[in-house]
Design a protein around this ligand. Structure first.
Ligand code: NAP
Length: 470
């Protein structure tokens, strides 16, 4: 039999999802000099890049620069992009098994975790992930409404997403105008009457999940003072002891930055961004219209859990904080894919080094792989997906060498494309996307912004057609 991965029998790879995990997987595969791979990437939206486009904050344009490298991957021979094509809708797992040796899911973590407290579903209480997708112009979220006429907003959680949300709420119109925040969001944020954004950590400063650069940025906002109550910045005895024992320079630096920021007197800027620790919301309390009016908080104390980590435990100190808008930012969560095993407890596809395994037997499912957040859970910066994808590609290559991948009955690249175009006449190719991209950049240049985003599927298709698609 001809060896798969050669010019005579190219390795046919389907990647589901065009975010960083998908593109890094394609990049690793396309950089193997001795491997001939045909890579087809499927994306539900007409726009590629997943979390880089729809998750990374609009005022972090440098991180969005990763898309340049992804564009170079897309330009390599053997790579095709099928945008506006839904896995589980236009194309099924069975279809892919007929046409590919390898199927890799890189769909990220598309929903959010909940806090599990009363009142969580009241009006004006939202998952941060929705707000993020909204201000980033995600077509599914462009019609969301957030009441920014309120005075105080609470953001629950102290990860980088919480910091992004707080920072975007605290930015001045002038700061936002320099970004590619969605046009409708720019308008809404310009009209915002929010005066105070209160970010709540359930543990202490030494356990905060945000990174040091993101923390520093909160102290450099043009229009908002960062306020950290001195007692919240102080370390409790257990944290101090743990920090000394761990000798972790990054965490020590984080605490140092935080305590330095806490000592700064407010400069009287129009907004306040308050960072608090060792508090947990226990209930959201409604006004008479069923909207959040306040948050009941409990003060926590830390204790050492059996695994050695410091965990929060509620004390009997309760406080009611008036707040009319709440974003919970307590982590993302993966969603199941049709026909693919799913670990519901962890919100990931069960796998060993990227090889999907059966949830019941633990045995590998031939030809199925995962990379990125759907593989390891929603942790790590964009760049962390690169080594993660590398590990998956190592598993793929060793299975190719061992003849343990799928043997598709119809590996002809034309057959799959014909099938897709029958089911979805509006397939978006990477060249089509480049036309949309150019349109966004031109619209941005006209208004002094990095780009003005196309935020609906229909608008994307219209732009693509006007820009001369055949
Ligand atoms: P994260 O880093 O896991 O942070 C989640 C936060 O939610 C933690 O502070 C966690 O506290 C808290 N939390 C969880 N359950 C809670 C509950 N029931 N009540 C109160 N607080 C709760 O998640 P993320 O912020 O969604 O970010 C996801 C990943 O994307 C992270 O790796 C992040 O660094 C990355 N990211 C990076 C950037 C950037 O580089 N600028 C931007 C955005 C996101 P505990 O620690 O106590 O569990």
């Amino acid at each position: 039999m001809t060896q798969v991965g050669t010019a005579e029998a190219p390795l046919r790879v389907a990647i589901i999802g065009s975010g960083p995990a998908g593109f890094y997987t394609a990049e690793h595969l396309s950089k193997r000099g001795n491997l001939v791979a045909h890579i087809d990437m499927f994306e539900r939206l007409p726009m590629p890049f997943g979390l880089v486009r729809f998750g990374v904050a609009p005022d972090h344009q440098r991180i969005k620069g990763a898309t340049k490298a992804f564009g170079r991957v897309a330009a390599r021979p053997g790579f095709r992009f099928f945008g506006n094509v839904e896995f589980g809708g236009h194309v099924s797992l069975e279809d892919l098994r007929r046409h590919y040796h390898v199927i890799c899911c890189a769909t990220g973590a598309q929903t959010d975790r909940t806090m599990g407290i009363p009142g969580e579903d009241l009006g004006r209480s939202h998952p941060a992930t929705e707000f993020v997708a909204w201000y980033n112009g995600h077509p599914d979220f462009r019609d969301c409404a957030f009441d920014l006429s309120v005075e105080r907003v609470v953001v629950v959680g102290v990860g980088n997403v919480a910091v992004d949300v707080a920072r975007i709420l605290a930015r001045t119109a002038a700061e936002l105008e320099k970004t590619d925040v969605a046009d409708y969001a720019l308008e809404a944020l310009r009209a915002s009457r929010v005066k105070e954004i209160c970010v709540l950590g359930r543990r202490g400063p030494a356990q905060a999940a945000f990174t040091n650069a993101e923390l520093k940025e909160l102290g450099e906002l043009e229009g908002a003072d960062l306020v950290i109550p001195a007692e919240d910045a102080a370390l409790d005895p257990l944290s101090r002891e743990a920090l000394e024992a761990a000798n972790d320079r990054t965490v020590s630096k984080k605490v140092e930055i935080l305590q330095e920021l806490a000592r700064r007197p407010p400069a009287g800027r129009p907004k306040r961004l308050v960072l608090r620790f060792l508090v947990s919301p226990v209930e959201l309390i409604a006004d008479d219209r069923g909207n959040v009016a306040s948050v009941r908080l409990v003060k926590n104390a830390l204790f050492r859990a059996d695994d050695g980590t410091l965990r929060p435990r509620a004390t009997d100190v309760i406080e009611e904080l008036p707040a009319q808008l709440v974003f919970r930012s307590v982590g993302y969560r993966g969603v199941p894919l049709a026909g693919i095993p799913f670990d519901d407890r962890r919100g990931v596809v069960p796998n060993v080094h990227g090889r999907v395994v059966s949830q019941e037997t633990g045995e590998p499912v031939p030809g199925l792989y995962v990379s990125g957040w759907i593989k390891r859970g929603p942790t790590g910066i964009i760049g962390a997906n690169k080594p993660d994808a590398g590990e998956t590609v190592e598993s793929i290559l060793s299975d190719v060498a061992a003849g343990a991948v799928l043997q598709p009955p119809d590996p002809d690249p034309g057959a799959l494309e014909r099938l897709l175009r029958e089911r979805q006449p509006d397939v978006v190719s990477f060249d089509d996307w480049r036309r949309i991209d150019a349109f966004e950049a031109e619209s941005g240049a006209a208004s002094g912004r990095p780009r003005v985003k196309v935020t609906s599927v229909q608008q994307a298709l219209d732009v693509m057609r006007r820009a001369g698609r055949g």
